[in-house]
Design a protein around this ligand. Sequence first.
Ligand code: NAD
Length: 260
Amino acid sequence: MLDGKTALITGSTSGIGAAIAERFGKDGANVVLNGLGDEAEIEAQRAGLEKAHGIKAGYANADLTDPGAIEGLMGYVARDFGGADILVNNAGVQHVSPIEDFPVAKWDLIIALNLTAAFHTTRMAMSGMKEKGWGRIINTASAHALVASPFKSAYVAAKHGIAGFTKVVALEGAEHGVRCNAICPGYVYTPLVEGQVADTAKSRGMSEEEVKRDVLLAAQPTKEFVTSEQVAAMASFLCSPDGQQINGAMMQIDGGWVAQ
Ligand code: NAD
């Protein structure tokens, strides 16, 4: 379905991004991985994608809080892959703390990574997509792009920001074959959520099991975690011909969380 296209997925060395990379590889796209982590493990992931799907897979370890590193990443994708036809702005981190204790450095990090990095990648990918008359930008937002939870001020601010940014890019790309949408997952059990369970347990004085049952899945009416593969399938659909008229949408995949 995506033969000949290149997908750049930020934060794809783990969790949701890794599942999206796997799915796009299966769909026939060349894939560029990005993210932090153990070099040998990432190389195994990259080589595994090539072997499993007969595609070209690359990797850049750009730290997306650094605009210069993002320029390096986009230059690599342009040089070695002819630019990104599909851009998934997925890298993100979380920090859980009451506002009065929220570390300023954590606020700055979350806004830089979860929001500003998507501005930089998108501004550098947009003209190539417009020239080709086809492009798909998918922002991994969150249910927290639509509703709030206590103790997540920076994350909720960044995700609400990405929702607005998504709509603007959707309007600017609309007549050029470029689509921009946000996927808004509820809780997906990835390393990011694992860390949150521990932090929330500390903030609220609860056990980790209580946090999973009474805090995380309490918000999710199905009482089940979303899977990374389900999020990846939605990303794939957004790049398919059937997804062509979806633009500027907040695609909820949250077991009914924001319906409440
Ligand atoms: P994860 O921790 O499993 O993966 C995060 C990825 O981002 C990793 O590849 C990591 O190396 C990368 N990363 C972290 N800091 C980076 C930096 N400075 N530069 C480049 N890459 C960096 O997390 P995940 O749960 O897969 O989350 C992926 C996205 O999905 C995030 O934007 C997150 O907010 C969003 N999301 C997650 C959930 C959930 O429940 N897991 C729900 C809604 C939205």
